[in-house]
Design a protein around this ligand. Structure first.
Ligand code: FAD
Length: 285
């Protein structure tokens, strides 16, 4: 099923997983999926490391198995940085042949040495390439707290509007820990004429190292409320995990009340946390 169609019926609840690392046995992902699919998410998206190498084939295999083994809609992430059009076409052919109908078209992060090669500079070019050559539903990423490379909100929203106009069916946000960023972003997007559904990306942060890495990497604000939770429970992993779950449940409950189009849960391949959150919010979304 095309994800864009699901939004017409309901508030979407979807999950994100990542493929096992290259040195790990791929089969570990199936015990994770056995548990995650009990939630009956509207779709599951599978991340992909930039470069389109071995990780890319794992993404496609897992996204295809989500459809065939679990009868669940899937989304394959596709970062285009470093890809030639020829390589992108090989990957997209494989996506089509595997029965996957949805692609999250991304640029990917620019490598530290800035040694970028390939035919795509930004996600909009990949989106146009897919739209012109493939019958696939295209999803794109967006950033409530502004992408770190953008100078300001206006510039970021102009680029986003252009990206959507290239052929995007729905958007998924970067994680955020303060819902006010999402409401401001949604309003700005509406004012700019962006009228596709916007799913809120929620990450239950359950350990201190993880949150420090993410805040740095994604340039997101750590709200005072969250800092207080971290300081209180940083030496107690079980309490911190429970507090992280409670925080995510609070975020989702408020977003649902504010009429969010959908929730995309970054599961970090942790079914226990995903289940706890889903059980707490299933009646409000
Ligand atoms: P773009 O849309 O190209 O935007 C990047 C920057 O360029 C922004 O500042 C934007 O404003 C600007 N820009 C956009 N278009 C233009 C233009 N035409 N001219 C000039 N400037 C422009 N990364 C992975 O490697 N693998 C994944 O699986 C993955 N999954 C993700 C899932 C989600 C939901 C999100 C939010 C991010 C994900 N990422 C993933 C991270 C993503 O690749 C990075 O955030 C990357 O830096 C930007 O990707 P993008 O597609 O948003 O880029």
């Amino acid at each position: 099923m095309r994800t864009a169609d699901i939004f017409r019926r309901k508030t979407v609840f979807s999950l994100e997983i990542f493929p096992p690392k290259r040195d790990m046995n791929e089969s570990v992902i199936y015990s994770t999926l056995d548990e995650l699919t009990d939630i009956h998410p509207d779709f599951i998206s599978v991340t992909c490391g930039a470069g389109g190498g071995k990780n890319g084939s794992r993404t496609i295999r897992i996204a295809s198995d989500i459809i065939n083994r679990y009868d669940t809609t899937s989304v394959a992430h596709l970062p285009c940085i470093g890809l030639t059009k020829e390589r992108a076409a090989q990957i997209l052919d494989c996506i089509k042949e595997s029965g996957i109908e949805n692609v999250l078209a991304l640029r990917g992060d620019i490598p530290d040495d800035n040694g970028v090669t390939g035919d795509f500079s930004h996600a909009d070019e990949l989106i146009t390439f897919i739209r012109e050559n493939y019958d696939l539903n295209i999803i794109a990423a967006c950033y409530p707290e502004v992408h770190p490379e953008s100078r300001n909100t206006v510039e970021d929203i102009i680029h986003l509007k252009n990206k959507v106009d290239c052929g995007v069916g729905h958007l998924i946000t970067q994680l955020f820990l303060d819902n006010r960023h999402f409401y401001d972003f949604r309003e700005n997007a509406q004012l700019a004429g962006i009228d596709v559904p916007i799913e809120a990306g929620i990450m239950p942060v359950t350990n201190k190292k993880q949150i420090e890495r993410i805040v740095k990497l994604c340039a997101i604000e750590l709200p005072a409320k969250y800092v207080r939770v971290l300081e209180r429970y940083e030496d107690d992993p079980v309490a911190l995990r429970d507090a992280g779950i409670a925080y995510a449940v609070d975020q989702i409950t408020e977003l649902a009340a504010e009429g969010v189009d959908g929730i995309h849960l970054y599961t970090m391949n942790d079914p226990h946390t995903a289940h706890k959150i889903y059980d707490a919010v299933k009646n409000v979304i």
